[in-house]
Design a protein around this ligand. Structure first.
Ligand SMILES: NC(=O)C1=CN([C@@H]2O[C@H](COP(=O)(O)OP(=O)(O)OC[C@H]3O[C@@H](n4cnc5c(N)ncnc54)[C@H](OP(=O)(O)O)[C@@H]3O)[C@@H](O)[C@H]2O)C=CC1
Ligand SMILES: O=C(O)C(=O)CO
Length: 319
């Protein structure tokens, strides 16, 4: 079986594929493949160890019906048309839990960065504006005993909530469709409605998958319901919030600040107003960007393909 890896990912998983006798073509350039190159290359391979920057839509899948499996080097798979893949009988798999700690760390770091205006203050030094002690300038807010609201308390949401509870004794609220018993027992997390999450939380962090249900869940109406002292964090997907509404909510003081690892669109333009706001911190989708996570993602994504090849159950199938 010939596997196409269309981005320069760590070799940890590639080595496993090769050990099983699979042939691997890895794209080693820094820039991703063009759409045209991806189509051409996919046509000559049996499986794809894909990454979330490629739009694997119905058009791509129809043109590549021959693919035996697509394994995603990521937890999120909103770039793949799952319905079309199912119709065509192409199994899809992903690599959850390989970057859970790394992403929870980024969400937690964003809360801290926003609460103390760290990104903005860093820039004041570079602009030579650090002159003297100003007791009432640029004050932040403290996090001890605050209430954190997690939208999508799954793997990453739980790790993020653990950090908030462990470091600051925060009360944990969450909004999911199902109940997270582990979080309720371990963190005394309380399941609440979306409305209550918005109204009662001091910090709201989005950790859901991007789906038609969660697209633009955080819009003008949602921001209006949040506390004017609240911090909004999104490390899930940029389209979970409406960026124009977020900018307006920050400008009008409807919420206090925002920390984003994901934006809409990505990459964010350098002149985006969010980048010059005092109470905003933006990182360029680096949730999983640790040596440990990126190596593990490669292994987890490879294991799906190996299991398929051996006729064993796929460890992380996407249904
Ligand atoms: N910034 C980055 O680099 C990274 C971002 N991500 C993003 O984080 C997301 C979450 O990853 P992970 O924690 O592993 O996924 P999980 O599936 O473990 O958790 C997602 C949670 O979202 C909840 N959820 C889904 N839909 C809804 C909804 N409509 N309303 C309320 N809750 C909902 C689910 O609960 P229930 O089904 O009960 O509703 C589940 O608890 C990924 O899908 C990806 O987009 C992931 C890794 C890195
Ligand atoms: O895993 C994911 O879903 C990411 O966003 C990037 O690692």
């Amino acid at each position: 079986m010939k596997i196409l890896v269309p981005l320069n990912i760590p070799d940890t998983g590639i080595d496993l594929l090769k050990k099983e006798g699979l042939k691997v073509t890895k794209w080693t350039k820094d820039l991703p493949m063009t759409k045209e190159d991806l189509y051409k290359a996919a046509a000559q391979h049996d499986a794809l160890l894909s990454t979330s920057n490629y739009e694997l839509d119905a058009e791509f899948l129809n043109a590549n019906k021959h693919l035996k499996i697509i394994s995603q080097y990521a937890a999120g798979y909103d770039n793949i048309d799952i319905v079309a893949a199912k119709r065509l009988g192409i199994p899809i798999a992903n690599a959850p839990n390989s970057m859970t700690d790394a992403t929870a760390d980024i969400a937690f770091a964003l809360v801290l960065a926003v609460s103390r205006k760290m990104f903005y203050m860093h820039k004041t030094i570079a602009k030579d504006e650090w002159r003297h002690f100003r007791p009432q300038a640029h004050l932040g807010i403290e996090l001890k005993n605050k209430t954190v609201g997690v939208f999508g308390l799954g793997r990453i949401g739980l790790e993020f909530a653990r950090r908030c509870k462990g470091a600051y004794g925060m009360k944990v609220l969450y909004c999911n469709r199902s109940t997270n018993k582990e979080a309720e027992e371990e963190l005394q997390a309380q399941k609440v409605s979306f409305n209550d999450l918005l109204e009662q939380s001091d910090i709201i962090s989005a950790h859901c998958a991007l789906t038609p249900d969660t697209k633009h869940k955080f819009d003008a109406g949602a921001f209006k319901k949040m506390k004017s002292s609240a911090i909004f964090v999104n490390t899930a997907r940029g389209q979970v919030h409406n960026e124009a509404d977020l900018i307006a909510a920050l400008e009008q003081g409807e919420i206090w600040g925002a920390g984003l690892d994901v934006t809409d669109p990505e990459p964010m333009k350098a002149d985006n107003p969010l980048l010059s706001m005092e109470q905003v911190a933006v990182t360029p989708h680096i949730g999983s960007a640790t040596l440990e996570a990126r190596r593990q993602m490669s292994v987890f994504a490879a294991r799906n393909i190996i299991a398929f090849y051996k006729g064993e159950p796929i460890p992380y199938p996407v249904s």
